[in-house]
Design a protein around this ligand. Structure first.
Ligand code: KIV
Ligand code: NA
Length: 266
């Protein structure tokens, strides 16, 4: 299997082949998903809430994210690895965005950068792509600006919402983005934006009309006891982990582990 590269995504959109993306935050998980043939791995800033127990994506820093991105890049010889820039590391200026992106690229080994917003960060995106760094956009519900959006709300509803989102999507495409994530966007709007863009759209809670799909892996593989309504549990990893750990506890308590097989003789 060949390494997935930036030009493959445009080709996949052209031939109507769906693009697959999952989040990943560590080496063994990246290895499993790379082996499974996932096209793109996203080291999302959702690492803050999913792995570090934060209440939102807002507190996470760039320095905190880098070791997770490095572990994923090491574990993914074939999948295309995209790293998020966290809140506060790109909004100030194009220079800040380029400096943060270069730092992430150098220290992690990821192949692309993603951050949130449309027209308001288009000059940042242009500066990042001019620096030779592939960029993926993120529109619709953008968790880093959750406080300004008034919570986790579905996007694209109401008069003018499509026109606004399309203007944002076109600004990202114009600034050199190679793809754009659409999060919690009503399906007809996501579909129309997908048709209007040359670059692929990757949906999460945006229906089946996008060029690709992304999910947070803990939601998709059933690690926690909750997942958003737009996600689906393709496995029950949490239950398997709990059973395995319970079996270990039982065997040690009963004295059946370690047996002779696991024991070094003189
Ligand atoms: O951080 C993340 O997991 C994301 C996806 C939800 C797209 O940005
Ligand atoms: Na994110």
């Amino acid at each position: 299997r060949k390494k997935v590269r930036i030009h493959h995504f445009a080709q996949m959109k052209q031939r109507g082949e769906k693009i697959t993306m999952l989040t990943a935050y560590d080496f063994p998980t990246a290895r499993a998903f790379d082996e499974a043939g996932v096209d793109m791995l996203l080291v999302g800033d959702s690492v803050g809430d999913n792995m570090l127990g934060y209440d939102s994506t807002v507190p996470l820093t760039l320095d905190e994210m880098i070791p997770f991105a490095r572990a994923v890049a090491k574990g993914a010889p074939h999948s295309f690895v995209v790293a998020d820039l966290p809140f506060g590391s790109y909004e100030v200026s194009p220079q800040q965005a380029v400096e943060s992106s270069i730092r992430m690229m150098k220290l992690s080994g990821a192949q692309a950068i993603k951050f949130e917003g449309g027209r308001r960060i288009a000059s940042q995106v242009r500066a990042v792509t001019d620096a030779g760094i592939p960029f993926c956009g993120h529109l619709g519900f953008t968790p880093q600006s959750e406080n300004a959006l008034g919570g986790r709300r579905i996007q694209g509803r109401g008069d003018g919402a499509y026109d606004e989102m399309l203007a944002d999507a076109l600004a990202l495409q114009e600034a050199g983005a190679f793809a754009v994530v659409l999060e919690m966007v009503i399906a007809p709007v996501a579909e129309k934006i997908t048709a209007a863009l040359d670059i692929p759209t990757i949906g999460i809670g945006a229906g089946s009309g996008t060029d690709g799909q992304v999910l947070v892996w803990l939601d998709a593989l059933g690690v926690g006891d909750w997942h958003p309504s737009f996600s689906h549990q393709f496995a029950q990893v949490g239950a398997v982990m709990q059973q395995g750990a319970a079996g270990y506890v039982e065997a040690v308590k009963a004295g059946s582990f370690p047996s002779e097989d696991h024991t070094f003789d003189e």
